[in-house]
Design a binder for this molecule. Structure first.
Ligand code: GMT
Length: 380
């Protein structure tokens, strides 16, 4: 199949999932065309089955806001025609599903009928999408996609309750390629970060308010009163300066390390002892799954899709939003009890296997085949 994938090219979860999906589909023989405003950060190398088409938005003084949707839909039309694309798969409803619907209509006008799959990731529904300013367009985009998927049962429920869509929402979860991590022999150089018995806690996110990164620091502050540890903060975002101020005000300098955005997440997770994800909302929690595949137990909140991914007492523990004291106490208990820590490490890896790439890829391939067969779509 020839598939055009639209996504955000950034470190955000939806962009990472879209890129990993495209790369995996190309290694199964499909031809994948990424259409976005920058080369996706996780896109390792382009090859004869993996293409990137940049969307340019020319600046014009008259516009207070540059019309990205317009440029994207025009680019999609060109790419579909030039490369005889069979199917459009967009990740994150806003504005991708809307722009792809316009491309589909423009193509239909030229006698080219192409199906559209929309994958919902989270904030496009739970935070931004349901805002009254966007809701009408998001509902329309969902209803007019040929198939709609959500990354968790929780997101499916939220989509139905906020939008009451006419289109069925199918769950195809996020995934991880277990084969990349099983029986890994690579060294994990803990000594680069800590010395001796010191423990490592890690948090990865886009540092937006929904991630509650001050809670991450509160948990760490309490943990450090009992356990010698460092906290690695990976990512960039609007709450970072507030977090840096908290570190300064609470004498945590030198114990909290802000590493910025990183393409080395897996190297860092390999020497992490506990992963902290105290989010206000999380439709799946890809960062937690990435930690679990490295045998890192997860201390998280119990919101959204997190209870589907992180199983309490197996791969980590779940708490109410804001209960930093309970999260800190559990972290201390795990770090001080080696047999519990080892048991959770094993449990985290076993639970990650439920989201293994090949099975999820099969689900996407079945979906693509079904919508291509169900509707007599054809080029030309
Ligand atoms: O977490 C974010 O704010 C980024 C956002 C995105 O779209 O990139 O993440 C959402 O999609 C991820 C991939 O499917 C999920 O793992 C995250 O849970 C989800 N974030 C939220 O629901 C807050």
């Amino acid at each position: 199949m020839k598939i055009a994938i639209v996504c955000y090219p950034t470190f955000g979860g939806s962009g990472v999932v879209a890129t990993e999906l495209g790369m995996a589909l190309s290694s199964r023989g499909h031809e994948i065309h990424f259409v976005t405003y920058r080369q996706p950060v996780r896109l390792e190398a382009l090859n004869k089955r993996l293409f990137f088409h940049e969307v340019h938005v020319p600046e014009y003084d008259l516009f207070q806001y540059q019309p990205y949707e317009l440029a994207l839909s025009s680019r999609l039309v060109d790419v579909v025609k030039q490369h005889q694309i069979d199917l459009l798969h967009v990740h994150y409803a806003i504005p991708h599903a809307y722009a792809a619907y316009m491309a589909k209509k423009m193509l239909a006008d030229q006698g080219i009928h192409i199906p559209l799959v929309t994958t919902l990731h989270g904030t496009d529904i739970t935070l931004v999408g349901k805002h009254p300013f966007y809701k009408t367009a998001v509902t329309f985009s969902i209803d007019h996609s040929d198939a709609v998927t959500a990354v968790s049962e929780s997101l499916k429920r939220d989509t139905i309750s906020f939008f009451n869509p006419k289109r069925e929402v199918e769950v195809i979860p996020n995934f991880i390629d277990i084969s990349r991590y099983e029986n890994k022999e690579e060294p994990c150089p803990r000594s680069m970060i800590v010395s001796g018995e010191e423990r490592i806690l890690t948090h990865v996110s886009n540092f937006r308010p929904v991630k509650r990164i001050i809670d991450v620091l509160q948990i760490f502050k309490s943990v450090r009163q009992r356990v010698n540890a460092k906290l690695l903060m990976i990512g960039e975002g609007p709450e970072k300066s507030k977090a840096q101020q908290f570190v300064e005000d609470n004498d945590l300098d030198g114990h909290v390390i802000f590493l910025g955005k990183s393409n080395q997440i897996h190297q860092i997770l390999c020497f992490t002892d506990i992963f902290l994800l105290p989010s206000e909302q999380e439709s799946f929690g890809l960062a937690a799954l990435e930690a679990m595949v490295h045998e890192v137990p997860v201390i998280s909140t119990d919101v959204g899709g997190l209870p589907e991914v992180n199983i309490s007492g197996v791969s980590g523990y779940l708490f109410s939003v804001g209960d930093t004291q309970a999260m800190a106490e559990k972290t201390i208990e795990v770090l001080q009890n080696d047999s519990l820590h080892q048991q959770l490490k094993k449990g985290a890896f076993e639970q990650a296997k439920a989201y293994n790439l090949p099975e999820v890829l099969d689900q996407y391939e079945r979906l693509y085949t079904r919508i291509l067969l169900n509707t007599s779509y054809s080029i030309g």
